[in-house]
Design a protein around this ligand. Sequence first.
Ligand SMILES: [Zn+2]
Length: 217
Amino acid sequence: MSKIERAKEKLADLGRQMYQSGLVAGTWGNLSLLVREEKAVVITPSGMDYTAVQPSDMVVLELDGQVIGGHRRPSSEARVHLAIYRARADIGGVVHTHSEVASAFAVLRKRIDPVVEDAAMLVAGAVEVAEYALPGSEQLGHNVAAALGDRYAVLMANHGLVGVGRTLEEAFTVCQVVEKNARILAWAQALGQPFVIPEQDVAELSRAYRQSYGQPK
Ligand SMILES: [Zn+2]
C-alpha cells in the first residue's frame, strides 16, 4: 500500500474518532495529513458525514492547493491547512474543530492561556486568536498561520480551533487538550482568579515533552 493510501485510511479512522469524541458536530471540522516524501496533503472531503466517510473519499492536494487525487471536493477550509504546512516544516498533521468551550473563547476573541500542564506541553504557549477573515478565503489561511507562529494551536475568530502536530494523532490530541484547558480556565475564571503557568515554565514543559515523548516523522 502506498503512503498516500495509508494516509487516507488514517484520516478516515481519525475522522471517526473525532466525531465520537464530541469535538465536532455533524459534518463540521476537518483534518489533513502531510505525506512529506510526495509533497502532498491528504485532506477530508467537504461536508461529509464522518461516520460514513471512506478512505476513497479523501482528496489529495499539492501544497499550492492543486488537486492531484480523489473525486470529491476538498474541505472548504483546505487553504488554512495548506498555509500552515507551507509556514511550518515541522508539522505533519492539522486538525480543525468547532469544539464548544474553545469556540466560546474564539467568539470573545480572547486567547486561551495555559493553566494545566498538558496544554502547556502540547501547545507551547497560549492559544492566540487569528484575525477574522471569511471562511475558505486565502486571507484566513494567512491570518491563521501568522497567529499560530511557532506554537501548536490557534483560534479562528468567531469560528473554532486549529491544532497542529508532528503527526495527525498529535494534532488531534492538541485539540482535545486545548478544549479541556479552555473548560478548566472558564470554570476557574468563574470561581476566582486563575494562575496562568508562567512563560518560562511553559517553555521548559514544552521542550521536555518534545524531547521525551514520541518521535517526529
Ligand atoms: Zn470550521
